[in-house]
Design a protein around this ligand. Structure first.
Ligand code: COI
Length: 354
């Protein structure tokens, strides 16, 4: 499919090097759009000036949440180049989400190429300060003007770009986490393994209450036994207990994070013992009690590697080790961001240059 390109005639001012970008506050000059119509498939891929999208008030995404999204990043390398980190994995996961939400599958290779084209057009927006990148947000939503509950026949695929800094204001400094006992995020058979807006809507109440208590995020437990650790609000989670690095197994209600996958591969290649298994919150607190809990950290595209300083559960608060940044977390942060930004040799074939 050809991609039609219409460049803006009124480029926006880019945030200056002295501006604290935060996360998701600025958007570039262009966006990618593609439409799906039943009988025609995905068509009309086009890069156009960034701007509002007209939607019928009856558009089905607004009523029943038939929407999926992805999160990925582009990085500037020291030689002035631009590269993406495992973009094919994001498109693969987008199709996993599509399948669950009755959204027509996309052509993964085509979408990677289209995203590269968009990033190339807006490459001057990629920030260069340490810890910054260009966040790429592909998303698909149902646009049929129809207030009946059925899979859509008409959808839009859109990609927008946002220069970002750290997701958490703490940066790589440890975050404090509240173990959620009242609300659940997902159950097996539901949509927890997909990246869909509803999963995040379901998390807002718990997140809001945890923030009021002074916590950065919540740690979700399984929705049935309310015992087993699933994931943190916007990240997968890892623990170092003794010399074992444990992350909850992908049970059907947990997002299969690309940073999670990369950390597992990297740790194994460096000889660490990594186990994907069920881990209960009781085991975590017992490990702390026994002095065996050495580290805890979250992983995600937005959050990168985020050490966890404290957990609160059942009215009890524990601090992980000395509450600082653990050795494994620091190594993973340095290696993953080093590869992403082209400062460390990519021995894993993860990056794709634009
Ligand atoms: C990501 O890590 O890319 C995410 O999508 C998390 C989030 C900002 C919702």
């Amino acid at each position: 499919m050809e991609i039609q390109i219409t460049k803006t005639t009124t480029p926006k001012a880019k945030p200056g090097a002295d501006v604290k970008l935060g996360f998701g506050n600025y958007f570039t000059d262009h966006m990618l759009i593609m439409n799906y119509d039943e009988g025609e498939g995905w068509h009309d891929a086009r890069i156009v000036p960034y701007g509002p999208i007209a939607l019928d008030p009856a558009a089905m995404c607004l009523h029943y949440g038939q929407e999926v999204f992805e999160g990925m990043k582009a990085y500037k390398t020291p030689d002035g180049g631009v590269q993406l980190f495992r973009p094919e994995k994001n498109m693969e996961r987008l199709n996993v989400s599509n399948e669950r939400l009755c959204i027509p599958l996309i052509d993964e290779a085509f979408c990677v190429e289209a995203i590269k084209k968009l990033v190339d057009i807006d490459r001057d927006w990629i920030p260069e300060a340490p810890g910054t990148s260009l966040y790429i947000r592909p998303f698909i939503f149902a646009i049929d003007p129809h207030v009946g509950v059925h899979p859509a026949k008409h959808l839009m695929f859109v990609v927008i770009l946002s220069p970002v800094g750290a997701y958490y204001p703490q940066g790589i400094n440890p975050v404090d986490i509240y173990v959620e006992q009242k609300y659940v995020r997902a159950v097996k058979g539901g949509m927890g393994f997909t990246k869909t807006a509803g999963n995040y809507a379901a998390s807002l109440k718990a997140q809001d209450e945890a923030e009021k208590l002074g916590y950065t995020q919540v740690l979700w437990l399984d929705g049935v036994d309310r015992k087993y650790i699933e994931e943190v609000g916007t990240m997968n989670v890892f623990f170092k207990i003794g010399d074992e690095i444990i992350t909850p197994e992908l049970s059907g209600s947990i997002l299969s994070g690309i940073t999670r996958m990369s950390c597992i591969e990297l740790l194994k290649s460096k000889g660490y013992k990594v186990t994907e298994r069920k881990i209960s919150v009781q085991e975590l607190f017992d490990a702390h009690e026994n002095g065996e809990l050495k580290e805890a950290f979250g992983t995600g595209t937005a959050a990168v590697i985020s050490p966890i300083g404290t957990f609160e559960w059942n009215g009890k608060k524990i601090t992980v080790a000395d509450g600082g940044i653990g050795e494994v977390s620091q190594m993973l942060y340095d290696t993953i961001t080093g590869i992403q930004c082209g400062k460390i040799k990519d021995e894993y074939n993860w990056v794709q240059k634009i």
